[in-house]
Design a protein around this ligand. Sequence first.
Ligand SMILES: [Zn+2]
Length: 734
Amino acid sequence: MSSLCSFRLTKDVDGRTLDVLIVFLASDELRAEELSTLVDRQVQDALAPDETILLTRRTAFADCVVAIGEDAAFEGVRNRLGRATITVISFGAGGRENSRKVIRDTGEISGISIEEIGRRCVSSMFAIHGGFVEANSNYHFLNPSQRHTDRFIRLSNLLSSSAEISLLAMTMLPLVPPSAEVAHVDTPAMFALISAVNDNLRVLAPKRPWLRCENFRSYLGVRAHDFATGGEPVVLISASSSGSLAEVIATRRVPRDRIGHVLYLGEEDERVRRAVDLSYDQNRNPEGVRNDRETYEDGNCKLCAAGSIPVPLKGDQFDMGGPDFEPLTMLKTDAPPGLSATMDRIAGTDAFRISTTKGAGAKQFLVDAGSLAAAETFIKRTAYLARRHIPSMTREVVLLDEGSRAFGDLVAREAGIAPRFVARSEVDDLDTSDETQDGMRLDGLPVVIVAAVVESGRSLRDVSRDLRRSRSSSPLIYLIGCAKNASPARREELEKTVVQTHAAAKHAFASVEDIILPASGPPHAWLAEADFLNRAVAEGLELGETLAARLERLGRSSEPLVDELFLPAGENPLRIQPGFVFWPSKTSQPPRQSSQADVYYTISSVLQALRTNKPNPEGRALRTNWFQQTRLDPANLGRFNDGVIQASILRAARPVEIDYSTKDDFAREAGRAICRIMDAAHRPRGEAACEALVALGSGRLRVPREELERILAERETFPPLVSELAAICRHLLL
Ligand SMILES: [Zn+2]
């Protein structure tokens, strides 16, 4: 640990710019070797300065003057500094200059004051360590003072070396009245500074009381905190740009001369006492913060208007608390555009399925190409696109994968062409010199690339790259049966990439169906369910007939799930009732038989759209990051009281989106909502009871223990399967 820190400043004196090396000594002992290393590095990096100033405590001053001036051990330092002026300055308990001595005068003397040294060195620290936490285009900050801003000062960013902390503490000394006994601070980072203030005072004013430190937690605690008892107070605020917290403290009957700021970046105001004014000043603080940023009133914020989300700073003023939990209720308008129409066409075709395969390449969302290609509306739309985009002179159709053959046939038939089908693996063998049987050069004729189902789009990018070699002059037409996209932006990006060409017109790209869905890989709710049941077996519990069959079914991964997605509480499988808000009314009405997977895909799509929404002023988005965690409002389970929808929500949500484990109002509301389902487990209203228990048992849905106890309590009305699952959950969770 070094007791020295150094800064390089320039100072204009009589029209000449002097290069000044500031060395701060944070102890009373100056070690020749340490100083020598520091000076070596400085001279190496930036040549010898015009003046070197050693800044010490009053108590170390005399020894330092003698050592540097005469001690043989410092001979090397004197030599390395060449012709530089060497000055020693000391400070006292009040943080003011105590004495100053020029040890070696070469005529280059800056005369820089101790106040200026403190201000400029701390401003340098601020610039070097990055004192701001800055927003990006997605979010900005809502100050505890209820103002919106795109950056805020975090004192703790500056605290990296003990010597620098000691220098910062020196600048705070003028703010500490000699009688002060308790330092009331706004944030935990201040504890380090108060401790450094004590270190300085211990030698500079040994009779003064040691400052004790109390954290009032900024705006959170300022109105309730006791500033009076415990001893004479001094209130030290880590950073401010307005002095508004100090105003509140002044109303708590703390005298103004006992309130101070460590870092201040705001308008000049004589009532604001501060250790360091960070603002830029061409002469007095060229290291300062140059660009002013505006802050905005809550409700009249330009950043909010531009679609950025305000992240509230809670707890200690400039230390961010945990993520802010916001509840979200799904609304009809949250559905991605076109979802309702897509579901109207696809629901009931059995194209949407859930796969329970594990391992690399496993896909939860398995769209069955054969079922799609057999569906009437799908055929009609494909026919239209085929005629719209595929020229009659097309001779080659590339099949993206084996599953695309039926779709390829459909496309060729509807376009009225009889092409040669090229398997994906054969694309590498194509050559620019390839010809048709009647001797026409194929490079230059249109090539159609068909894919029944596309997920990431990478496979399309790959084939487009490979075709560039052998069919560089050909117009390419991409025709996709069903494009699964993680967001509308991804869809756009994919299209943009593959249609690019140097030719006169862009390549064509069209998809029959588009649906927004999350990435398909594990983990997902069905694998979690299997883990849950396996854990019960491993714990020595014997599964009843139904659950044993269920576990076996989940393991039979070669057969995707269509209508066995959910465990029913009673005899009948869960079925959607007419009037599902995300579908046109006729879709869910008999005689059309939509599947459970259709409902699950719909809910998954709505949630994914909410996850990938661009920031919007209404804040309608599911976000899970360090700043924000949006949870699904437990009220969703009440609003969507259809068992199959409730089950879909519980399975489609990410665990973090239905984590109600923090004891708060949402936990109680979640507990109540699930209890209502359990109470009605023998009725249609409670048909999702098994699903709720699976969600809890697999750890995807979380509530506090007391809620869990209420939910899992045995009820006489429980159907046998609900009773069994509740018992397993009690065994594993309580
Ligand atoms: Zn704002």
